[in-house]
Ligand binder design. Structure first.
Ligand SMILES: [Zn+2]
Length: 86
């Protein structure tokens, strides 16, 4: 009886190690793309002109409530001016 339990635990252990290896291989081949989507490839809408911009590479302006992203310095300035007046 004890032997069956031990074999069962060993199989579970082997299966865990196996899936960890498989996971790391999958992450190795697709991980870079995943990370880009998570950090840099998030699309945000420019509140001034409505253009969709990539959050990681575009100009941003952070208020106490939110961070906004802009396609250009012109749009950001426009937003900042409007924000200051309110
Ligand atoms: Zn814009």
């Amino acid at each position: 009886m004890l032997r069956i339990v031990l074999i069962g635990l060993l199989l579970i252990f082997i299966a865990r190690v196996f899936w960890r290896v498989v996971d790391s291989i999958i992450e190795g081949t697709t991980g870079k793309r995943k990370r880009e989507i998570k950090s840099g490839m998030k699309l945000m809408r420019d509140p001034i002109c409505g253009t969709h911009v990539v959050a990681g590479t575009s100009l941003s302006f952070t208020t106490s409530r939110n961070t906004y992203y802009f396609c250009s310095e012109k749009c950001r300035n426009e937003y900042q001016n409007g924000f200051g007046q309110k």
